[in-house]
Design a protein around this ligand. Structure first.
Ligand code: AMP
Length: 636
């Protein structure tokens, strides 16, 4: 074991915010970020300087980011007053290894291994050269590049912008990285598909011919690519090598996981080419279809083309590329139906009855009445909706509650929250909402422990935390967060619903004080809600912890058969529910943080979401390094 540092194989959730990327929204976490001897993107001489200052003892070491290969590191080590620098390569299957050495699932695991066994190094890693606290991890050029790649990919694939893009990336970064690794180049303007060398030259020579104008084409033999570049008014052609491990490179150049990364690198370093790559020779076919939205995704927002849908006809799901799991962004419910400006023009709080078709199928019911399936006819499309129908004999109080719910929902627009489409006053008062066809989370998970892996539960709960972070930011309190009120669009897409008890807080308030007692879900409520009727986002955090418990126990009932008052004294005495069987420890730790008695000491949703995300990313990364999974699932 390395002296003085603990290197754990299971990535614990961390509050560490990565230094990477320009956007505060997107946080990509380098797996070495938590290692106290990781310095980020420092040069060889800077590394040597740090090692000198730390005393040059045998086995003194540090880890730094490799400047030449994406995702790789360099291990700098002292032996006999000399420096040794070992590149650590990230393999296509996600493992890390020193040339000729054994693969390891992460940089921490690799360092731990070499602390016990030199296995070809000059000596074992004995003493970490710790990064001084005042020195932040230095971000590398590729960190922002990776961020940009994700953005560009999401923009082009789902036509998402701004907040919707941030949400998409934050909730799906591991899956997106995998997709990018295999398909990203196809979306780039410089990629011309399968064309001959002569056609490549014709395209380069047409128009201006500055040095560094370039294109990438697929060669005749499928799967291999060539780079054609202008220099001194002459076209040069280079074969892009594709080695057995799946890496792309120039002959004897740096190896990359994707063609896109290689091209970006060649814009910065010639790596044996006659010139740096500068200007993309635009693929006109690609420009004609701007944005290059694949066939499985309909364009949204500006340039919206309505799908030819017939009312009442069975909706045929648009097929996804083979082997690819559906992501939330593939669902129509990811962005508001009013994201299309043409639809927005028509938006009114009260919608016309003739535009609404109410099905007899009941999705659920409550004391207000029933929730029915339906279709709403918009200007350019028909959408499936869920309609909360108020029973006519209901008293005014219930009607008022429904109106209040509508008023709250009207102000919210987030992919992880059920959106309201509008209200309709006709044979009854109807609240029209987006449809979440897979139903409540507790029912969905119940009895499915064998079918729904725990990683899937983490993914869904991370999405709930994103929705709750949005509510916290907008100063709304939900007051009824529970697994029954998390509805699923599908197995990988959750939305928060039921805003019947929700409140908007005043700009200067951080809690809502309930004047009257209601039918409160006590088992989901924090002590200050029950004792002092004070409702803040911290109270919702407590409920989030209970919802997590319900989810990780696959629809279990919290506090078993205890009655409300018993639960209150159970909590008061310092007891908390046990970890559900099979629930990962970091998730149970987070639940317990959500159940900290004093609300001032409880984390906020900003913190909860970050912890959920860190853990979710860490297990997604691990899953991709699992050789079994590699075999079973075709690369996305
Ligand atoms: P609520 O009173 O809002 O809890 O709704 C009662 C039940 O109706 C829920 O448990 C769901 O089964 C169903 N439901 C409510 N809203 C929706 C929706 N937007 N999409 C699908 N089902 C819904």
């Amino acid at each position: 074991m390395v002296t003085g540092v603990s290197i754990s194989c299971t990535a614990a959730p961390t509050t560490h915010r990565s230094t990477l990327g320009p956007s505060p929204g997107l946080v990509m976490i380098d797996p070495a970020t938590d290692l106290p001897f990781f310095y980020g993107s420092i040069s060889r001489s800077e590394a040597e300087q740090h090692l000198k200052l730390a005393g040059m003892s045998d086995g003194l070491f540090l880890l730094r980011q490799c400047l030449r290969s994406l995702g790789g590191y360099v291990l700098s080590l002292i032996w006999n007053l000399e420096f040794y620098h070992y590149p650590v390569e990230k393999q296509l299957n996600g493992t890390y290894c020193i040339s000729g050495g054994k693969p390891h699932c992460g940089p921490a695991e690799l360092c731990e291994f070499y602390s016990k066994d030199a296995d070809g190094l000059v000596c074992t890693l004995r003493k970490p050269c710790l990064r001084p606290p005042e020195q932040p991890i230095k971000p590398g050029v590729f960190d922002s590049l990776r961020d940009n790649m994700l953005r560009e990919y999401v923009r082009q694939t789902w036509n998402l912008e701004a907040e919707a893009m941030e949400q998409a990336i934050m909730s799906q970064a591991p899956q997106l990285e995998k997709l990018i690794a295999t398909t990203a180049h196809e979306k780039m303007a410089w990629y011309h598909g399968k064309i001959t060398r002569t056609e490549g030259e014709r395209r380069l020579y047409s128009g201006s011919q500055p040095d560094g104008k370039f294109l990438v084409r697929e060669r005749d033999e499928s799967g291999t690519f060539a780079l054609s570049v202008m220099y001194g008014k002459t076209a040069y052609h280079y074969r892009i090598l594709h080695d057995k491990s799946g890496k792309y490179s120039m002959p004897e150049g740096t190896k990359f996981d994707t063609v896109w990364q290689l091209v970006e690198y060649l814009k910065m370093k010639p790596d044996g080419l006659v010139t740096l790559l500068r200007e993309a020779c635009m693929n006109q076919n690609c420009a004609n279809q701007t944005p290059t939205v694949p066939s499985w995704r309909r364009p949204r927002g500006n340039g919206y083309t309505p799908p030819p849908e017939v009312p009442g006809a069975c909706k045929i799901p648009t097929p996804l590329p083979a082997g690819r799991q559906a992501l939330p962004m593939d669902s129509d419910e990811f962005v508001s139906p009013y994201a299309d400006p043409k639809e927005l023009q028509e938006k009114t709080l009260f919608i016309k009855r003739e535009k609404l078709m109410v099905d007899e199928v009941e999705l659920g019911s409550g004391n207000f009445g029933s929730v029915k399936k339906g279709v709403y006819k918009m200007k350019s499309k028909h959408i499936d909706v869920a309609i909360k129908v108020l029973k006519s004999e209901n008293e005014k109080a219930v009607r008022d509650e429904m109106m209040r719910e509508a008023e709250i929902m009207h102000q919210l627009d987030n992919p992880y929250i059920v959106r309201m489409i509008g209200l309709c006053q006709a044979e009854a008062l109807m609240l029209v909402m987006e449809m979440a066809p897979a139903g409540p989370l507790n029912k969905f998970l119940s009895g499915k422990k064998d079918q729904v892996p725990v990683e899937n539960v983490v993914e869904l709960m991370h999405q709930v935390s994103l929705g709750m972070k949005y509510l916290e930011e907008k100063n709304f309190v939900h007051r009824d967060l529970a697994a029954r009120n998390v509805l699923l669009v599908n197995q990988h897409y959750a939305k928060i619903s039921d805003f019947g008890l929700s409140k908007a807080l005043g700009a200067d308030d951080n809690y809502y004080k309930a004047r009257t007692l209601g039918k409160w879900p006590l088992k989901w409520y924090a002590p200050e809600c029950i004792n002092f009727h004070k409702f803040s986002s911290k109270g919702d955090v407590w409920s989030f912890g209970i919802t997590m418990w319900e989810a990780f126990s696959y629809g279990g009932k919290p506090y078993k058969k205890m009655k409300g008052p018993e639960v209150i004294s159970f909590i008061q005495s310092g007891s908390r529910m046990d970890n559900p069987a099979g629930c990962p420890d970091p998730m149970y730790e987070l639940m317990k943080e959500c159940w900290i008695y004093k609300y001032e000491e409880r984390p906020s949703f900003v913190q909860v979401e970050e912890k959920m995300r860190t853990y979710y990313y860490s297990i997604s990364k691990k899953a991709s390094t699992d050789p079994k999974e590699q075999q079973e699932k075709p690369a996305a």
